[in-house]
Design a binder for this molecule. Sequence first.
Ligand code: PHE
Length: 339
Amino acid sequence: MINKIQALQAEIDALTVENKDQAEEMRIKYLSKKGLISQLFGEFRNVPAEDKKAVGQAINDLKDFAQDKINALKEQFEVASTGAEGVDLTAPAEGFQLGTRHPLSVVRNEINEIFTRLGFTIAEGPEIEDDWHVFSALNFPAEHPARDMQDTFFIEKDPDVLLRTHTSSVQVRVMEKTQPPIRAIFPGRVFRNEAISARAHCIFHQVEGLYVDENVSFADLKQTLMYFAKEMFGEKTEIRLRPSYFPFTEPSAEMDVSCSICGGKGCNVCKYTGWLEILGCGMVDPNVLDSCGIDSKKYTGFAFGMGIERITMLKYGIKDLRLYFENDARFLRQFQSAY
Ligand code: PHE
């Protein structure tokens, strides 16, 4: 009996397996209920009484030995199956890197948010447009230079299909479909045939605003824009309106805000004037209301339009427009924002 135990121990000691399944087969062969070691316990009955203590001890030791050996065989594959690819499944997970919004999206969302608080809704229109919505309905005379191929990307000349050069086209689409009161802003992409430089691009973004109702006045326009400027650039911001000209507004103005970089004292961003131009605006020309099917005797309205790139440049001190389009992660990662 002792010999048999020793033989089994030597056999088990020399065991090698190639995978986990083989290790399991070995467990069954030696340690299961009908396994070879269990059989030894069966034969134990026939061992003479004086040997029982030593033999019993030897079988128990063999059983422990076999258990340890088979556990070790199994473990070897658990380590190998993860260790082979260098993956430690118990290691804590790596930090999750969140993306950031594009600075233009951050500023657009902030503009949307400010005007939403004033009761403006948000609408969008198509980027591919026709002459009527971009020029004619907006009171551009037939010979206006903006209609020239040099400023506008035409897809087709006849019938005319073109890329919108401003979001004012959405004013027309909204007024054609809705009767006042209308109070909405229109963010979107616009296209102009310009050489790309630090200060100009052929693709950029605008937000247009439109308010049409009875008794809308220039004072309403001014108050709305002042609220916007203070929300966007800070409570101390001042505004100034300079007379200007757009075919679709009368009177028209350009709005400056006090320079947020030097606080109005004069610096190289505001070219030592203390003021930064940020948008064009005015009272909707009655011709435009009539073109869109709105009674210009009953209703008046104001409109404004601003470039998102420019506002973003001023807000974050960005000096080159091309950075917006280059997808350099080092630039983009700097814009962590609530918007
Ligand atoms: N559409 C004008 C532009 O692109 C801006 C503007 C909008 C001016 C609305 C007045 C009113 O420059």
